[in-house]
Design a protein around this ligand. Structure first.
Ligand code: ADP
Ligand code: MG
Length: 286
């Protein structure tokens, strides 16, 4: 039995429109696979097929050697945790209760004895312990995303599927969430992360998969995939890739900015002169 995820020939057609076509993807235990691609490429749809929430029109998905559709709901929830792109609002729930929802699949199992300790560790790792008593809908977008990340961690699964977990996060927490993703992989989990930030993808992925118009356009190590030619083509915008401190950094090519405008042409930094000719005129700023 192979641990991890194996998708073969996955196609999804919605209302006669092909959304995904012939996608093959393997994610092994211990590996972080980052999925990138333009808006509407099919990343979230692919994730929902990998989670078993959407049945593909064609193709198969196996989790730990068995078709994902053959798992009962609780069994599946003990194996894979999902961070959706859109946070569900969880009206009336406090942050702590949202994190505790991650423990639901383990109710009435020996694992439930660890609930308190696991929830505390998950809150710590997602930096949300100080938000525990706050009502979830009153949290900022980034705080909500981190609480949801803590819920995913509390679920204690060996497959994590994270759809744009860093989209609402500040720089510090973006790095922290991806470090946690790498820690989970180091501890034996298979991790799939959808990202838009290609420099983050290059820094944290074992493998980068590029989805474009519903097809897997490329898959390989960051150095194989994060190239100016491929990214410029896929994103239809010229892109440079530079190296900084051992990491690839992806920079969109931009026209140079116009030189700083002369003070006289700048927005009025000086008070508008009075119509009264006797009033002293202020010196223009230089
Ligand atoms: N239920 C749906 N009905 C119609 N179109 C859909 C549905 N779900 C997704 N799509 C379309 O499929 C394409 C891929 O969507 P999605 O997987 O969310 O893309 P991504 O996550 O890469 O931005 C988009 O064009 C989207 O509008
Ligand atoms: Mg999406």
């Amino acid at each position: 039995m192979s641990a991890g995820l194996r998708a073969r020939g996955v196609g999804v057609v919605i209302d006669g429109t092909p959304i995904l076509d012939g996608v093959d993807l393997d994610v092994a235990a211990g590996e972080v696979v980052v999925l990138v691609g333009p808006n509407g490429a099919g990343k979230s749809t692919l994730l929902s097929v990998l989670t078993g929430d959407v049945a593909p029109t064609t193709g198969t998905v196996e989790l730990d050697g068995r078709p994902v559709a053959s798992y009962r709901a609780r069994e599946l929830a003990r194996r894979r945790a999902v961070l959706l792109q859109q946070q569900r609002l969880a009206f009336g729930f406090r942050a702590r209760e949202v994190v505790e929802m991650g423990r639901a699949p383990w109710h009435r199992s020996a694992e439930a004895e660890r609930d308190l300790e696991v929830v505390a560790a998950a809150e710590e790792r997602a930096d949300v312990a100080h938000l525990a008593t706050r009502l979830f809908p009153t949290l900022s977008g980034g705080e909500q995303a981190r609480v949801s990340m803590a819920r995913v961690l509390a679920q204690s699964t060996t497959l994590l599927l994270l759809d744009e977990p860093t989209a609402a996060l500040d720089l510090q927490h973006q790095e922290a969430v991806l470090r946690v993703a790498r820690e989970e992989a180091a501890a034996g989990a298979a991790v799939v992360v959808v990202l838009h930030d290609l420099s983050l993808a290059a820094a944290y992925a074992d493998r980068v998969c590029v989805l474009a118009a519903g097809r897997l356009r490329a898959s390989g190590t960051p150095r194989e995939v994060v190239t100016p030619a491929l990214l410029s083509e896929v994103y239809q915008h010229p892109v440079d890739v530079v190296e900084h401190a051992g990491h690839l950094v992806v920079v969109p090519v931009r026209p140079p900015r116009a030189p700083a405008t002369a003070p006289a042409a700048a927005a009025p930094a000086v008070p508008v002169p009075s119509a009264d000719p006797h009033q002293e005129q202020p010196c223009p700023a230089t």
